[in-house]
Ligand binder design. Structure first.
Ligand SMILES: [Zn+2]
Length: 429
């Protein structure tokens, strides 16, 4: 196989330039402090956070891209050895701090890699990104859209983050005598926490490394590591569990709030940490809680101590649809290649693409066949007599095992490789 030209969120050797969309762990797998395979392009905020995420990383490898500017990269075609130019532009992805999409132009055509992104139509930032994107494309056709398809299923319908943030406030204010813990990752949801801090006029506890990140991002006054100063704590998602909440409630009345686009399943992981985890196929009970002004608030309750709020840094299905309809690419590839509810994006959005009808139909056929296989894989329990059938059964059992392992926890759901390597032979069809 020939060497590639550029890689996005993929860190193996063999490309001439590397791009990182953001610093979430599922996009940096393979990136280490000793990584050295080429210049690494990123946003200004990502560059700022880089030393704390990768202590000892050779910072001279970083190349900062300002949003909305075309940058020309003089590279060479590995197949012909001839010089070639790749143009790249970073555009705000409105996901976590520093997250960007990348628009590329080169001999491979015009490509957009969204990374993880939120496309809230009501958001001012999304509007700026939209204008930037359309201005950059002008009348040019987008050949390939590499799409964040995390919630690419019509069942994923959730409100804007503003609406979800108000739900968080309502839950907290209807529990005036409770301690509150909010599950977050090591990056992301800063705006939510800042909003809670501002609205309730309290500081929020975060763990020391998180406080360092908050300070790097310019949040100086709203966060603390002193538990005595506040009843609201943001804790790492991996330690947010029923056991944690039960333990806390033995000392003080405490509720947990999990902001996530995924509905949460009533299922308990028996392994380390007894983590609760979501399954997109399962809902949770909705209930109404009374607010002090007499109104009732519709919220989802996982168990007696845990509330879930649909605060998502990924686009919901309607937003993904709006995005694809706007861009009308020739083809689409999902960057989350495996999930419990995975469906090839072209299945839903083929009508917005100029990919020919036969190709679209084959996607629909493939998807249908895969669903049938999945159903069969799940239904393998009845005994099958013949040797051939046994082989089929064993095969399906392996699939079934794979499927079972793919279901549930969000980190598992999204553990798959998300990056791409663009080859110089990868011309648009
Ligand atoms: Zn992410």
């Amino acid at each position: 196989m020939e060497s590639g030209i550029i890689s996005v969120d993929r860190w193996s050797q063999g490309s001439q330039a590397y791009f990182i969309t953001h610093l979430h762990a599922d996009h940096t797998r393979g990136l280490t402090p000793t990584w050295k395979w080429g210049p690494l392009f990123c946003s200004r905020i990502t560059a700022k956070l880089f030393p704390s995420k990768f202590p000892g990383f050779k910072l001279s490898l970083l190349r900062i891209l300002n949003l909305g500017h075309w940058y020309s990269l003089p590279l060479f075609s590995p197949s012909s050895g001839q010089p070639t130019t790749v143009q790249a532009m970073a555009i705000d992805a409105h996901h976590c701090p520093g997250a960007v999409m990348y628009l590329f132009r080169g001999e491979f055509g015009c490509m957009l890699f969204t990374g993880d992104f939120r496309w809230e139509t009501t958001s001012h930032r999304a509007k700026i990104a939209r204008d930037m994107l359309l201005k950059a494309l002008k009348d040019e056709k987008l050949d390939t859209l590499y799409l964040d398809n995390t919630y690419c299923n019509p069942s994923y319908c959730f409100p804007s983050r503003d609406v979800a943030a108000r739900q968080v406030i309502n839950i907290i204010t209807t529990h005036p005598n409770h301690d509150i813990v909010i599950g977050i990752d090591s990056l992301g949801k800063e705006d939510l926490l800042h909003y809670v801090s501002q609205e309730l006029k309290i500081k929020i506890w975060v763990w020391p490394e998180r406080l360092q990140t908050m300070h790097l991002l310019g949040f100086q006054d709203n966060f603390t590591t002193k538990t005595s100063l506040t009843r609201v704590r943001a804790i790492p998602r991996y330690s947010f569990s029923i056991e944690t909440l039960e333990g806390l409630n033995m000392m003080r009345p405490t509720i947990g709030i999990m902001p996530s686009g995924l509905p949460w399943a009533k299922k308990i992981f028996k392994g380390k940490g007894n983590v609760i985890y979501p399954s997109p196929s399962c809902g949770v009970a909705s209930t109404k809680i009374k607010r002090s002004n007499g109104d009732s608030l519709d919220v989802r309750i996982y168990n007696q101590y845990i509330y879930t709020v649909p605060y998502s840094d990924h686009s919901c299905f309607a937003e993904i649809k709006e995005f694809v309809e706007l861009l009308q690419p020739t083809s689409i590839k999902g960057i989350v290649s495996s999930s419990a509810s995975y469906v090839e994006p072209l299945y839903y959005f083929g009508d917005f693409c100029s990919t020919n009808q036969a190709s679209r139909m084959s996607y629909k056929k493939l998807w249908y066949e895969e669903r049938v296989e999945r159903l069969e894989a799940i239904q393998i329990k009845s005994p099958v007599g013949s040797t051939n059938s046994n082989q089929v059964r064993r095969k399906r059992r392996r699939r079934s095992g794979l499927l079972v392992s793919q279901v549930n926890r969000v980190s598992i759901l999204r553990r798959v490789r998300r990056g791409i390597k663009i080859m110089d032979t990868e011309f648009p069809s």
